[in-house]
Design a protein around this ligand. Sequence first.
Ligand code: TRP
Length: 462
Amino acid sequence: MVGKEQAPSGFGGASGGPRVDNQWSSSRGFVLATLGSAIGLGNIWRFSYVVGEHGGGAFILVYLAAVVGLGLPLLIAELAIGQRTRTNAIAAFEKLSAARPWRWAGWLGVTVSVAILSYYPVIAGWVARYLVSYAVAQPQDPTGAGFAASFEAFVADPYQPVFWHGIVIIAAGAVVAAGVERGIELASRILMPVFAVLIVLLAGYGLSLPGASQALEFLFLPDWSVLLHAGTYLAAVGQAFFSIGLAMAIFVTFGSYLPRGVRLPHAALAIVAGDTFVAVIAGVMIFSAVFSYGLDPAHGPTLAFVVLPEVFSVMPAGRWFAVGFFFLLLVAALTSVIALLEVPVSLVMAKLRWRRPRAAVVVSAAAFLLGVPSALGYGAFRSILTTVTPLLDVIDYVSLNVILPLSGIAVALFAGWVWSTADALEASGLVTRPMRHLWLWSLRVVVPVTIGLVMIRGLGLI
Ligand code: TRP
């Protein structure tokens, strides 16, 4: 890995000789890297099971509305805050407002990122383990108890989930240590095209299966009755934010590595469209397979690890479909883990004035330890963790359903009301008057009010 023996650059500055960089090389490199962070387990593993649980087509419409109406304006705002201030997610808010309390807006986002970092690489580790086991041999079902049993045996093992979690952290940490341009950007430049080719191939194969038309009906023919449940809206907004990675400090951080000239609206549109497109394609692929073999789409989080292995075990060449699928998922997950590590690494570099490689090593080690309770959450220490597991559930629930919406509201209100309007509009890169107004008033009213209502309703408070 490059990076270890290189001299550091100051934050955003450059020193002579080989350097650990803190800037994207081009707008294209930036879009690829942000897409790499946005596209992840959320698009494939989470999107498919959430859509499955919420009845398909109508949910997808609500999801699209959330992406365009809430996601796009917020994404532009976060990138603009980062690009304008060129500093970490906490300092950025301080820099743009005289009133220091706004740094809490930054902390909210960082908190959610760290909460996700405590379990996301663990799931990526499961994916790595499944990839390797399919690459070695077609997994058998020796007990006849089905793939649910073998999944449970794996996650309950005292060592394996921790081992695979460690592998994921080491791989992602090495990339983060190598810097922005030569680490994150380079990894995304290589991995994202691989990802694109693979997902097209797998979706094409999915469409050739007999259940494809049923899958398309499920995904695109709305069952309007789900619109009557408040839970649908909360799930859609939550999924949109999770999948894009909004209100989690990530885009303020990534925006801070942007050269000044880069226009944001196009980049934001490309990120949002790419992320959504991948989720839908992944849905087509997964549900075609699920329906072709008569399995249940509303299976919850174990869809990818239990239902799909059932499908792989009966479909022709299923083992190779499985290798392709888990490789795809691993690539997507790794680029997201890299981005998740980057948020605390950039903070540590700024606050403690550490060089990037040192910050990367220490943050990765901390992230590894942070994930151990999640990795063991199903395992041999279950007796001890009966007290801890609910705590993890609480952290996850509170961070995604309470802190995340609050963070989104804070970013919107900050950009809409606190940041000087002229400066914000200029930083947004929006040029036409109607678009500028639309953006500003979305942030001032539409985004905070909608998120607030959805959150309050969804939590059952009214
Ligand atoms: N967007 C990622 C996905 O779809 C998950 C994610 C959430 C994320 N928050 C993030 C990734 C912050 C990087 C940084 O899987």
